[in-house]
Design a protein around this ligand. Structure first.
Ligand SMILES: [Zn+2]
Length: 102
């Protein structure tokens, strides 16, 4: 990649740099739920789950009876390494990375 003044610049792997912050400067940091690494909040992969504190088999029985079972929302943050390890995101080829539909 060449700039106007003829200087060489490092090529970019992703237009966004793997982040979603845009032209905003610095954002907050969050800790990865798996390894504890500090990750920028706009780069982290979020995973929201609804969990019950009751045993799933018992919960199914109770739901059949018509009991209201409270659910708790648990949001987990994963750094890119942990997200790849867990299959949350995949490593994509150069052409596939162009696809930003999701
Ligand atoms: Zn991690």
């Amino acid at each position: 990649m060449q700039t106007e003044d003829g200087c060489e610049r490092m090529p970019k792997k992703r237009k966004s740099g793997g982040r979603s912050k845009g032209s905003k400067g610095k954002g907050g940091l969050v800790q990865c739920s798996s390894c504890g690494r500090l990750v920028p909040a706009d780069k982290v992969k979020k995973e929201t789950k609804y969990v019950t504190l009751i045993d799933p088999t018992l919960a199914r029985e109770l739901r059949k009876e018509g009991t209201f079972i409270p659910r708790e929302r648990v949001t987990k943050y994963y750094c890119v390494s942990c997200a790849v390890h867990r299959g949350r995101v995949k490593i994509r080829s150069k052409d596939e990375r162009k696809n930003r539909s999701y």
